[in-house]
Write a protein that binds this ligand. Structure first.
Ligand code: G16
Ligand code: MG
Length: 220
């Protein structure tokens, strides 16, 4: 039986990608090049330092480790300022309803995010009380598609991988779920997330009944 749901944060529960984008774009501007919305797609689900490496490669820049840490820190300061202005209105469609339904049916809920700012985002949007466990970028060593973040999430809520379902908007996250031996629901387009057991355009209307139907599919 399915006993837990593991949620990615950015792109599944909230749209923080737009704030990451503004902060990265400002940094690129300071460094003398343009960073587009299309470029930003490549940073979704990717860790902060790996995102910076992608951005610098777009600008054709090679910097020392020390300079890179300084730039990542300055981007993060701006990003933190943007997310401090977030509230519940920024929760994506269907997310709150699903979290409430899971809670009322006794299904465990954990976060599995690459972000080191996950706690703050959950607090500002009022989502913290819906989580039994929070696994974020401060608790993990390996980034998705490594399964670490989801294996740890399942462990923290006391379920086996085959009893957990992952909700992800990034291809690397769906791959991480598969490697963890967990079923997955992709939020986005089927072209990109075809590896998921089910692909939805958003969480809107997704019910616990539909979740339970995933039990009939074999775990990866
Ligand atoms: C995310 C975003 C990424 C971001 C990463 C790290 O996570 O999609 O764009 O680079 O977190 O964020 P931070 O700089 O706050 O540590 P996810 O895993 O929630 O989709
Ligand atoms: Mg994501």
């Amino acid at each position: 039986p399915i006993k837990a749901c593991l949620f990615d944060l950015d792109g599944v529960l909230v749209d923080t990608a737009k704030y990451h984008y503004i902060a990265w774009r400002q940094l690129a501007q300071e460094l003398g090049f343009t960073f587009t919305e299309e470029d930003n797609e490549r940073l979704k689900g990717v860790s902060r330092m790996a995102s910076l490496d992608i951005l610098l490669s777009i600008g054709g820049l090679e910097l020392t480790e020390e300079e890179k840490l300084r730039l990542a820190e300055s981007k993060n300061e701006r990003y933190v300022e943007y997310i401090s202005g977030m509230d519940a209105s920024e929760i994506l469609p269907g997310a709150l309803e699903l979290l409430q339904a899971l809670r009322s049916q006794g299904i465990k809920v954990a976060l599995g995010s690459a972000s080191k700012n996950a706690m703050s985002i959950l607090d500002h949007t009022g989502l913290t009380p819906y989580f039994d466990a929070i696994v974020d970028g401060n608790k993990t060593v390996s980034a998705k598609p490594d399964p670490e973040v989801f294996l740890l999430g399942a462990k923290e809520v006391g379920v086996l991988p085959e009893e957990a379902v992952v909700f992800e908007d990034a291809e690397a996250g769906i791959e991480a779920a598969r490697r963890a031996g967990m079923r997955s629901v992709g939020i986005g387009s089927a072209d990109q997330l075809g590896q998921a057991d089910l692909v939805l355009s958003s969480l809107s209307g997704f019910s616990v009944k539909q979740l339970k139907e995933l039990e009939h599919l074999p775990a990866p």
